[in-house]
Structures are given as C-alpha cells and as structure tokens.
Ligand binder design. Structure first.
Ligand code: NAD
Ligand code: TYD
Length: 349
C-alpha cells in the first residue's frame, strides 16, 4: 500500500481518515478526490495542507476520464471509497442523486480500478491483478434494515434497506461484491454504525442538537425519540478501516460498531445536560417516514479475526465532541450559514 485514493476525503469521516493515515502510516501518497458538495469542506483538512504526501483533486467519482488520469498519474494501488450522499432525510426528499452518486459513482470507480489494476485488462477470463491492490467500500449497517428489541446485525444478516439512502448503499455493496465474484477484483466492504466526532456536518443528530442547544433553539426529536442507534467514534472507525486494509481477508465484509447502543432521546438529554440547557428545549416532531427503529452491530468478526477494538466509551467521546464543537465555533458558523439555513427551513419548518 503506497498510493492511496481516498474518495470523499473532504467529508466528515473521509477528512478524519486522511488525517489518520498521514499521522499513523508511512504511506507515500494520499490523493483526496472530492466534489465538494454541501457536505465537503476543505477547512476539515487544514492540518494536512502542508504535508507533501497529501494531494487534493476536486472532481466527481462519476467522471471516468478523470479517474483514469488519477490512477495512472498517481499510480494508485488502494482505494478507500467514502464519497457518497450520506443523509437519510435528504434521500427522502431527493432520492435520485443518491442512486446516481452512490451506485453509479461506485461502479465507475470499480471499472477504472479493475482496468487499471488487471494484468490483462482485455481478457475477460483473467483474474490476475497487480500485487497488493485493494478496493475498500465504506458502507453502513443501515443496509441490513431495522431490528426489533433483540438481536444484532452480523455480516451474514440479509440486506433489507428501508430508505433511499440505505437502498443506494446496499446496491453499491452488491455491485462491489459482484466485481469481486465476477472479475476477481480484490475488495473489502466495511459496514459501520453511526459515527460521531469532530467535523460532522450539523444535519446529523449529534452536531445538530449541539448546535441548536448552544443557540437556545428547539431540539427536533423525531417520533417518540426511542429509536436506538449504535454510536462509533470516528477515530475508532478510521482505525478499523486501516486495520481492514492491512489485515482483512480479500473479499470479506467486516461490521464495525462501537458497542454503544443509545436511544436518541438519551443522547439529546445528555447534550442538554452537558451544555447546561433545559429539557424544555426538546420538541417532539413528526417522525421520519420509514424510520428504522433500532440498529446494533455484532463486532465479533473484526475483533476476533483482525484484533480491532473500539477504544472510546460513549461518555468520553461525547464529552470530547461537545468540547470540539464549542472550541470550533468558526467552523460551525461557516457551515451553517447560506445553504444550511434554507435546508433547515425546508426540513423542520
Ligand atoms: P459526508 O456526507 O460527510 O461526506 C461525503 C463526501 O463525499 C463529501 O465531502 C462530498 O463532497 C463527497 N462527495 C459527494 N458526492 C461526490 C461525488 N459525486 N464525487 C466526489 N465526491 C463526492 O459523509 P460521511 O458521514 O463522511 O460518510 C462517509 C461514508 O461513510 C459514506 O459512504 C457513508 O455512506 C458512510 N457511512 C457514514 C456513517 C455516518 O455515521 N456518518 C455511518 C455509516 C456509513
Ligand atoms: P441521523 O444522524 O440522521 O443518522 P441515521 O438516520 O443515519 O441513523 O439520525 C440519527 C437518529 O436521530 C435517527 O434515529 C433519526 C434521529 N433524528 C432526530 O430525532 N432528529 C433530527 O433532527 C435528526 C437529524 C435525527
């Protein structure tokens, strides 16, 4: 692993990952390909700008000519594919872009990786690839659908996505699997639970609630607030991806969870408590259509096979995260001005 292409590296998890590999590895080159949609922000990458191993390219994962050029110019041998439309609520109002970016974008990347890495690209029967190449698809536990009170998702849980977002991620995972089975492309898929931590765009639960509480705005809790998510600190997620790249068996799926199941309302109350704000700010609003009741991840495969473990407890992680948002008010102000205000009006008023 020398030259790594990170797609969506200006988003929340991607930017944390770019910083993580520059800090933790002797990788030669990190090329960050990002379209800079509303969710992409170069301010997330300030710490990397002076590292000569880091290269930023603004572009679309659906642009095959650009992809071919990047694979050849930077001699890419590893792809970590984060780029996606990632917000469930947006997928309910605008599903088309989710299918276009998440499914067709993934397929474009797979095609270019296959043709660049295959020893005999024109021979459809050949399954030989250059040494040590790998395509890692960053996916989500949401592809498995919803759980009741009991049970956990394992890697063999059948996919049953319920939102246009999770359906697009499940479709992309299927295409990645097919490129492995049909063409022998060396792949891994990771499916993680809800991430939290620095640089998350305040349309997702935790940063949105911190932002509203800080500004004494109401905190919109969907339905009864008893939906359960498993929370994974973004740094633990980055470490898990790095572990899979180094030790994961080719062709395998690995679930990644934080062992932190919480009901949404618990998190909202915790945020209010830590910020010293009253619970009267909570406003129960109409539930999200098709809202998945519970997600929970069984980590057994990645912990026993690859030795990865989440290190953050939720209590430590949420405290640090709240502190980060308090200390980085300029970052928050920049991302919540302009288009964000329109988005907020549309979704919540
Ligand atoms: P994000 O929305 O913060 O970032 C997505 C990034 O992709 C942005 O920088 C955006 O500019 C870029 N992008 C979008 N369309 C693009 C295109 N066509 N070409 C190039 N770049 C494009 O997302 P995130 O929360 O960092 O999630 C990253 C990945 O992890 C996604 O694939 C998501 O499905 C997955 N995931 C996220 C979570 C979570 O809790 N955030 C949980 C499970 C899985
Ligand atoms: P979100 O952060 O959008 O992640 P996901 O839908 O991918 O799990 O939402 C996390 C949970 O919080 C989910 O059950 C929906 C709920 N939620 C609210 O109650 N209010 C909100 O304003 C948002 C954004 C989410």
């Amino acid at each position: 692993m020398k030259n790594i292409l990170v797609t969506g590296g200006a988003g929340f998890i991607g930017s944390n990952f770019v910083q993580y590999i520059l800090d933790h590895s002797d990788i030669i080159r990190v090329v960050n390909l990002d379209l800079l949609t509303y969710a992409g922000n170069l301010a997330n990458l300030k710490g990397c700008e002076n590292d000569e191993r880091y290269h930023f390219v603004r572009g679309d994962i659906r642009d095959r000519e650009l992809l071919k050029q990047l694979f050849s110019e930077y001699e890419i041998d590893t792809v970590v594919h984060f780029a996606a439309e990632s917000h469930v609520d947006r997928s309910i109002t605008e599903p088309e872009i989710f299918l276009s970016t998440n499914v067709l974008g993934t397929q474009a990347l797979l095609d270019v990786a296959k043709d660049s890495w295959k020893i005999e690209p024109d021979n459809k029967y050949s399954r030989e690839y250059r040494e040590a190449v790998r395509f890692l698809q960053v996916s989500t536990d949401e592809v498995y659908g919803a759980l009741g009170k009991e049970g956990m998702f394992t890697e063999v849980t059948p996919m049953a996505p319920n939102s246009p977002y999770s359906a697009s991620k499940a479709s992309a995972d299927m295409v990645v699997r097919a490129y492995h089975n049909t063409f022998g492309l060396p792949i891994n898929i990771t499916r993680c639970s809800n991430n939290y931590g620095p640089y998350q765009f305040p349309e997702k639960l935790i940063p949105l609630m911190i932002h509203n509480a800080q500004n004494d705005k109401s905190l919109p809790v969907y339905g009864d607030g008893m939906q359960v998510r498993d929370w994974l600190h973004v740094k633990d997620h980055c470490a898990a991806i790095w572990t899979v790249l180094q030790k994961g068996r080719i062709g395998e799926v690995y679930n990644v969870g934080g062992n932190n199941e919480k009901a949404n309302i618990e998190i909202v109350k915790l945020i209010l408590k830590q910020l010293g704000k009253p619970e009267s700010l909570i406003e129960y609003v109409q539930d999200r259509p098709g809202h998945d009741r519970r997600y929970a991840i069984d980590n057994t495969k990645i912990t026993t096979e690859l030795g990865w473990q989440p290190e953050y407890t939720f209590e430590q992680g949420i405290e640090e995260t709240i502190e980060w948002y308090l200390q980085n008010s300029e970052w928050v102000e920049n991302v919540t001005s302009g288009d964000y205000l329109q988005y907020y009006e549309l979704m919540y008023n």
